[in-house]
Design a protein around this ligand. Structure first.
Ligand SMILES: [Zn+2]
Length: 374
């Protein structure tokens, strides 16, 4: 496999953090890195040029949503996800598993397939590991995720074991079904909040020929310290020379804590979802821009931020939300995407200087200073 390469440039002296580069057919991603989520072939509310301007290098598409609408064959005929959306950089697609299980669309799960009901037209659909790979090959993403069996937590231990073991068997089937050499496959570690199961799953998947490894089934409502505990226990059982991706994470502090435990890649809807809901991330904590205190505030969200939103005053941004103008959610989405990318750029620089611990402490102190405006 020559299309993909992960090179580690530096290890932080004080933590398990790594500074690396992940090369794909559509370009190189600096790690640790954050991927904005483009659920339906669009990062909600922003153009691909605005996504690129935020500093993002790789985005995520959702197989479940795209397979139902417009359909993966249609996406393929429109030039794949790259041709359809115009995004020139790397794209990662999930396997559909998380949506199938989390949307409670699931009707039956057995060794062969997950059977679920479409949330669009109610049609019954069977998703097998092979079909998930076939769909992702049609979408033409740079990285395809294996179909995994996700259980809602808390769950009985035997259920967690059953889902973990099935996820390993399905990972093998995904690998066997894959035909595209220009698409990498990432395996997904399951095992709930049980360290022993997580490590067993990580070890078994590590013996297979994947280009990267994800930690799945976290950030689903468990307390953050639990997520950090599982991440810390799992990373050492994954191959050091391959990228590690923590799925669906998270808040700014989650990113920092997880990078310090050895994670390289993240994705989350939080920057855009919170932006649409009038909440902006800053180094001084979250700002709820609708609050009356911002009515005549002439300051930008952050003086140091180069984004489009920060050319305007907080007073104007508040007005846009109060007046229900669509530009408000757009601008706050752009700011939050930019905030996440600047945070990760700071993380990478701190790792290079062996200063990640200090960087995390200073960010946490800023967030805890919590503005009167929030
Ligand atoms: Zn900004």
């Amino acid at each position: 496999m020559t299309h993909f390469h992960f090179s580690l440039r530096h290890h932080d002296a004080g933590t398990a953090a790594r500074r690396g580069e992940f090369s794909t057919p559509h370009g190189t991603v600096q790690t640790p890195g954050f991927m904005p989520v483009g659920t339906q072939g669009t990062v909600k509310g922003v153009t691909i040029d605005q996504v690129a301007a935020s500093g993002a290098e790789m985005i995520l598409g959702n197989t479940y949503h795209l397979a139902l609408r417009p359909g993966h064959q249609t996406v393929r005929r429109l030039g794949g996800l790259h041709g359809m959306t115009g995004w020139k950089g790397p794209i990662l697609t999930d396997s559909g598993g998380f949506q199938v299980f989390s949307l409670e669309a699931i009707r039956e799960i057995n060794e062969e397939a997950a059977t679920f009901r479409s949330h669009i037209d109610g049609a019954i659909i069977r998703l097998t590991p092979e079909h998930s790979i076939e769909i992702q090959e049609s979408l033409g993403s740079d990285v395809a995720m294996v179909l995994d069996h996700v259980v809602a937590l808390p769950a009985e231990r035997h259920e967690v074991i059953d889902a973990m073991e099935r996820s390993i068997r399905w990972a093998r089937r995904c690998l066997d079904a894959a035909t595209r050499e220009d698409q990498a496959r990432f395996a997904i570690v399951q095992g709930g909040l049980d360290v022993e199961l997580r490590q067993q799953c990580a070890s078994e998947l590590s013996s297979m020929d994947f280009e990267g490894f994800a930690i799945g089934g976290l950030s689903v409502g468990e307390p953050p310290p639990e997520m950090y505990r599982i991440t810390e226990a799992t990373c050492p059982y994954l191959p050091a020379e391959k990228p590690r991706y923590l799925m669906g994470v998270g808040t700014p502090v989650d990113l920092l804590e997880s990078v310090a435990r050895g994670v390289d890649l993240f994705d989350c809807v939080m920057p855009t979802r919170n932006g649409r809901n009038a909440m902006a991330f800053t180094d001084q904590g979250k700002i709820k821009i609708r609050n009356a205190v911002h009515r005549e505030d002439i300051r930008p969200l952050e003086a140091s931020c180069p984004c489009l939103a920060c050319r305007h005053s907080r007073g104007y941004l508040r007005h846009l939300f109060v007046a229900k103008e669509m530009l408000g959610p757009i601008l706050l989405s752009i700011h939050n995407l930019t905030y996440y990318q600047r945070l990760m750029a700071g993380v990478r620089e701190a790792i290079e200087q062996d200063l990640l611990g200090e960087f995390i402490a200073s960010k946490k102190a800023g967030w805890a200073s919590s503005p009167s405006s929030s």
